[in-house]
Design a binder for this molecule. Sequence first.
Ligand code: APR
Ligand code: PHB
Length: 394
Amino acid sequence: MKTQVAIIGAGPSGLLLGQLLHLQGIDNVILERRSGDYVLSRIRAGVLEQGMVDLLREANVDARMDEEGQPHHGVELAFDNRRVRIDLQALSGGKSVMIYGQTEVTRDLMEARAAVGATSLYEAENVQPHGLETDHPYVTFEKDGETVRLDCDYIAGCDGFHGVSRQCIPADLLKVFERVYPFGWLGVLSETPPVSDELIYANHERGFALCSMRSKTRSRYYVQVAETEKVEDWSDERFWDELKARLPEDVANQLITGPSIEKSIAPLRSFVAEPMQHGRLFLVGDAAHIVPPTGAKGLNLAASDVNTLYRLLVKVYKEGRTDLIERYSETCLRRVWKAERFSWWMTSILHKFSADEDFGRRIQQAELDYYTGSEAGRRTIAENYVGLPYETLE
Ligand code: APR
Ligand code: PHB
């Protein structure tokens, strides 16, 4: 088999890159280890930055998002039994975010790809990139018991944190930066109306809580739990009680509870791999970096990597500019580190770090009081939350 760009992974990174390249007439093949149904069964984040929304429009997958997604112009921080609204739109020069689940984005991209007849091979096993340092890289994999070779010009490693692509960069060239937090998020999805029209991020002495949503009838809530907690020990009732205990009273009183339709614990981690390219291989999204979910940046960072690689590949194929693609990694990393910083900071001011750290708790309260009480403080939260601008490439 032969293509121009071999894409490993059919998560949002791989699918969005594939769709954008296809629209520019750049041939690509997606190789995915799992089945399409498995990929669609994963419940992930749901806040899209303006830049990602614009990119989905460019990829012609905006119809259902415009119908079912909800533009949000503000977000709330709760602490000391009070709520402060951050007016995203007013403080960021008119930008806002879109509430639309990652699962829905993935479904729209899969359908768009099927409609244009581009090749996606699901349940491809033992996917392995080769010849990265040559001008003729290729990928081998097994499909239905046969070994297949896919020749290409470039390989996009969109295969997430546990993928094979990052491991292909020689260990002596790869530097990894990591912070693992001693807690996770226990999340519940329920067919109940959201407690508030906007998201509420709550700092409480019992631990962090988040009220989010997927639609007018479907809510997503989270509470911080110790890394040792097991999901089996959390009945729905225990979850709702803990959530209510961490929310300001007026919010807790309005909370409508119901049976959970999904419940899981996600660990919190900050991770960056540098560089994000090696020869003809480019790492995109979770393959290169992870953020704790507190700033809603994971999916959006994947989209900004896609934006960069897509535009650089268009320069290669339309203008013969093979020099600019050398700057993929440094271009991405500038924005990646800023989003890492914001996600780390949101995590640090909103979570409970240790039971007996009184000094740290007072600093957190002072930080929340200062940032929310100052227009400059609210503005810096808003401009990061809606997403820093994408860099323009020469
Ligand atoms: N071969 C082929 N496919 C693979 C391999 C492999 N060796 N390893 C992993 N994959 C597939 C996974 O099955 C998955 O479908 O790669 C895909 C990676 O998708 P994601 O983990 O969703 O990563 P990405 O597309 O970068 O999406 C960005 O942002 O909000 C966050 O973590 C959230 O998934 C989200 C991510
Ligand atoms: C979610 O809705 O799943 C969600 C929202 C905001 C976050 C993280 C997760 O910061």
